[in-house]
Design a binder for this molecule. Structure first.
Ligand code: SF4
Length: 423
């Protein structure tokens, strides 16, 4: 790689607000470092790992669009879409940005960002910057930023890849899907596996494993927490959200959930900053119906605000059998009512639910769901979001949006689209 000297504006220590708020322009949160070239802005976390790249020139698609690198080492392109304001992405994602994933998922709206050479040049510019920093370091340039440059150089693409593999090794496997509620922290969570597998092996599911449901031991959880602390290292201070994995952590029961949540809280040094830290987990209809009042009372006393996301999928029996979900409509209804009760009764717990969306489902699927949401009796209309998750093999995903708006319009609960995103 050539060394093309260019003036770099290096800001070793920047600090944005600690609390992530939703807004149209990408504000930077927490502590980070920034390097600007005339054309791009690069942000790094406190370990010196590249975090985001944003174009600064007028040919960049939009000043608020950017690439973000996840801790799973995926480069995700954040687009603002082609409609702004209340009609835009915010109306169906609940966020101002749509993360465009570099792997197959279930988006209702696909943006082919990779066919735009200006966008893709950002990744080439990152390689160029890395080469320039290497030369700058060997020539002793930018003395005030010497430590930062060396931290960045210690995290080349190979190291970043290896670190993502190391993370999977610590927790046992890659997190194949994150709860939709993690959008509230832009999917920046620390994963901790407290159980593997799930209670059902639904035919339609694209994220399941072959494993039978099994809890992890407390020793194993403690080992993970210690290894995760080392792994996240200096950048741990920028996290205040924990995801208890994997597909049905609720089935692990109150003792293990509370043990893991509390141990992680202390070791990771989560603090009650402007808001409580967040705890995320998935639950199934079976584990949710089986959970006693004690569990919710204990969760409500944890130093977190807890989101439990339940896979309801459908309230139509034909659809449930079509997708191979071994539960009944009665169980779904009972679990749905329980979700409303828990959300009313506990101020630090929010139960949310997923239903599928697709164009080859029984015609009763949409109608029965619309009726359920229209007649839901809720005290707090902003709590307990319902996520519609397009099936992966649905050919006309974009057309699902008009059906989504129809359901949303009459719903007494907030309704959003669920984008299946891995860590
Ligand atoms: S939908 Fe949930 S319960 Fe069913 S197989 Fe997938 S992860 Fe398991």
């Amino acid at each position: 790689m050539d060394f093309s000297p260019q003036h770099l504006m290096i800001n070793v220590k920047k600090e944005g607000p600690g609390k992530l708020v939703k807004q149209t322009f990408p504000l930077r949160f927490g502590q980070y470092s920034e390097i600007r070239t005339p054309d791009f802005e690069f942000c790094f976390n406190l370990n010196g790992e590249i975090k985001s790249i944003r174009g600064l020139k007028s040919d960049w698609p939009h000043p608020a669009e950017q690439f973000k690198r996840t801790i799973g080492n995926d480069w995700v392109y954040y687009t603002v879409g082609d409609k702004s304001g209340d009609e835009g992405i915010i109306s169906w994602m609940g966020e101002y940005y749509l993360p465009c994933l570099p792997y197959a998922s279930n988006p209702v709206w696909e943006i082919k960002y990779f066919s735009n050479p200006v966008v893709m040049s950002a990744l080439a510019e990152w390689s160029q910057l890395f080469a320039n920093l290497y030369m700058a370091n060997s020539k002793g340039l930018y003395p005030h930023a010497r430590n930062l440059i060396q931290r960045i150089l210690a995290n080349d693409d190979q190291v970043l890849y290896e670190r993502s593999q190391q993370l999977n090794k610590i927790i046992g496997s890659r997190v194949s899907v994150l709860p939709p509620d993690t959008r509230h922290v832009d999917y920046d969570i620390i994963p901790l596996t407290i159980s593997d597998g799930c209670l059902y092996h639904c035919k339609f599911c694209c994220v399941k494993t072959d494993q039978k449901f099994q809890k992890r031991s407390k020793e194993n959880i403690q080992e993970q927490i210690g290894a995760l602390k080392d792994h996240f290292d200096a950048n741990l201070v920028n996290y205040h959200s924990l995801f208890l994995g994997n597909h049905d952590a609720l089935a692990a029961g109150e003792d293990l959930i509370c043990f893991a949540a509390q141990a992680a809280y202390h070791v990771f040094g989560f603090r009650q900053r402007d808001e409580r830290p967040f705890l995320y987990l998935f639950g199934s209809v079976g584990s949710f119906l089986g959970a006693g009042q004690d569990l919710f009372e204990q969760l409500n006393q944890l130093p977190y605000y807890t989101y439990i996301n339940i896979g309801f999928e459908s309230i139509d029996s034909k659809t449930l059998s079509q997708i191979g979900k071994p539960i009944t409509v009665e169980q779904v209804k009972e679990a749905f009512d329980k979700m409303l009760e828990i959300n009313d009764a506990f101020d630090r717990i929010e139960v949310t639910g997923n239903f599928i969306a697709g164009d080859k489902l029984s015609p009763e699927h949409d109608g029965s769901l619309a009726r359920l949401l229209k007649h839901a009796r809720v005290k707090n209309k902003s709590k307990g979001a319902i996520y519609l998750s397009p099936l992966k093999d649905s050919p006309k995903k974009r057309e699902l949006l008009s059906r989504f708006y129809k359901i949303k319009e009459e719903s007494h609960l907030p309704v959003f689209v669920y984008l299946i995103q891995r860590l």
